[in-house]
Write a protein that binds this ligand. Structure first.
Ligand SMILES: [Zn+2]
Length: 215
């Protein structure tokens, strides 16, 4: 096995300490930043190996925003990340159910919830006059309610940058509060929930306090 294949998270390698897995994600991001991406796990052999089943160690809920290409920035390949994306990396039935599958059936050890600079879905929570479709209204209302419940006023845009950052932790908390399987996994240390914030320009990630255990 060459260094490239060894350098990324993979349950097949027995790496199951959540903190160590997050360090692997950070290392992948650093490789990308430095122009040293290894593009791991893209080989035909890897795809053949995975045909019988996937064993990712990381689930990742991110925004659908085209500026957040998660496999690219984490230098990940086939079988590495179980990715859920929607506008505003929001807690919906779809995202919660997908994460529950990843936790209960795939036994992922880490859930990254990543928000980002300049999120349009978060900004929509500030728009009072604009009318949205029913589905979009529900999504935007969820974001707005989360911000309001955490003391972030959406009356004017002065809080917008802070809201984009804190939305990651707010969604992480919301998932735990509304999903018994996710809460149970976190409390019993089968799952670490790691909120993160992606700065688009210059590209950087702020890793926010993780949720792990009963504390
Ligand atoms: Zn966004």
């Amino acid at each position: 096995m060459d260094a490239k294949e060894d350098s990324y998270v993979d349950s097949g390698r027995g790496l199951n300490n959540p903190s160590a897995i997050v360090e692997e994600l950070k290392a992948g991001f650093q490789r990308f930043l430095e122009g040293q991406s290894a593009h791991p796990h893209a080989s035909e052999a890897r795809r053949h190996q995975l045909a019988g089943g996937q064993h990712p160690q990381v689930a990742l809920l991110a925004c659908s925003d085209s500026r957040v290409p998660v496999e690219v920035i984490f230098d990940a390949g086939f079988g590495d990340l179980f990715v859920i994306r929607n506008a505003g990396n929001t807690n919906t039935f779809g995202s919660a159910g997908s994460i529950e599958y990843a936790v209960l059936d795939l036994n992922v050890r880490v859930l990254v919830v990543m928000s980002h600079q300049g999120c349009g879905a978060v900004k929509a929570a500030y728009l009072k006059e604009k009318s949205f479709s029913a589905s979009l209204t529900e999504l935007v209302t969820d974001i707005k309610t989360g911000l309001t419940n955490h003391g972030i006023s959406t009356d004017d845009l002065s809080s917008y940058n802070d809201a984009c950052l804190r939305h990651a932790s707010i969604t992480a908390t919301s998932l735990m509060n509304t999903s018994a399987p996710i809460l149970d996994a976190v409390q019993n240390k089968r799952l670490m929930v790691q909120p993160a914030f992606l700065h688009i320009d210059p590209l950087a990630i702020s890793w926010l306090p993780p949720l792990y255990g009963r504390g």
